[in-house]
Design a protein around this ligand. Structure first.
Ligand code: ADP
Ligand code: MG
Ligand code: MG
Length: 283
């Protein structure tokens, strides 16, 4: 689903990622751990296409099956194009575009292609209600995919369902995006967003930070319910093993010095927790 090969970048002219490679298959959950300043958030932002994160080398391909290429400028294709009939909702023909050059796309195009970024520090958007924001986001992504927009009624039904999944009060969805939310509420709100947008690949940057034990359990269950599917994948960035008790990773990687220096199974996270990064990375 995602193939990162030798990715290097600079942020404010400073090299951060230095030849990072990682392959994620559909159905897999990967955790990335690593010391502060290792480049974990930089990786997330670079994949999301944040301005200022300049790619200086390497490639990233993303397997997406729901983008109408004529609606996405700058797409380049490898692999077979295959016509496919859409489901009942619109009936329009879609093209299975195979592997997309992710780095050629603008951030909103990456999102429409099925990439979701859960931020370490979710932003507040005064004056825009959560519901407005989410409906606009969802419908613009649906449009880019050649799907019909959801009506107000359909959208509210979907929002209620996803809010309930995350134990989030509908009243909070009527408030401006993240304004006055606690750290934990912001993280929960990110997961409601993820549920509504229904991405193929979610990159979650320290979604567990700021969560108390109960919220951690709810958010963990939410991630599993939304993303633990054969055709989806998750890249979980976390400092702590505790989220991994709820969202079991298939692979754990250590990011240090701008590249993946060690990979293993879930036991690697326990080893890191026990012995610290310095020990494990030096071994
Ligand atoms: P992590 O998420 O692993 O803690 P980051 O990706 O946030 O690490 O940061 C990696 C390095 O890049 C750090 O040294 C950080 O100071 C630097 N960095 C990140 N963003 C910027 C920026 N906007 N300007 C300058 N340096 C940055
Ligand atoms: Mg950090
Ligand atoms: Mg970070």
């Amino acid at each position: 689903m995602l193939q990162i090969t030798n990715l290097s970048n600079t942020v404010a002219d400073k090299p951060i990622l230095k030849g990072l490679s990682l392959t994620i298959q559909p159905g897999e959950i990967h955790a990335i751990m690593g010391p502060n300043g290792a480049g974990k958030s930089t990786l997330a932002y670079t994949l999301g296409g944040r301005p200022g994160y300049e790619v200086t080398g390497g490639t990233v391909t993303f397997q997406s099956n729901s983008v109408r290429p004529e609606l996405v400028e700058g797409l380049s294709f490898s692999g077979d194009k295959r016509e496919e009939k859409d489901g009942a909702s619109t009936g329009s023909a879609r093209t299975d575009v195979g592997a997309i050059d992710l780095l050629a796309l603008d951030p909103h195009e990456r999102a429409a292609a099925g990439l979701f970024l859960g931020f370490q520090y979710p932003v507040e958007i005064p004056g825009v209600s959560n519901l407005q924001f989410l409906r606009e986001s969802l419908n613009s992504q649906r449009k880019a995919r050649g799907e019909a927009p959801l009506s107000g009624g359909e959208f509210i039904k979907l929002a209620k369902e996803k809010a309930a999944l995350l134990g989030m009060d509908m009243d909070m969805l009527k408030r401006p995006v993240n304004v006055g939310f606690s750290g934990g509420e912001k993280k929960r709100n990110e997961m409601v967003q993820m549920g509504i947008l229904d991405p193929k690949l979610a990159i979650l940057d320290e979604t567990d930070s700021g969560l108390d034990i109960d919220a951690l359990r709810i958010v963990g269950a939410g991630i599993n319910a939304i993303m633990r599917k054969p055709d989806k994948a998750v890249l979980l960035i976390t400092h702590y093993q505790r989220l991994l008790d709820y969202v079991k990773p298939d692979f754990v990687h250590v990011l240090a010095g701008g590249r993946i220096v060690k990979s293993g199974g879930p036991e690697l996270a326990l080893e890191l927790e026990r012995e610290g990064y310095a020990e494990v990375v030096a071994a």
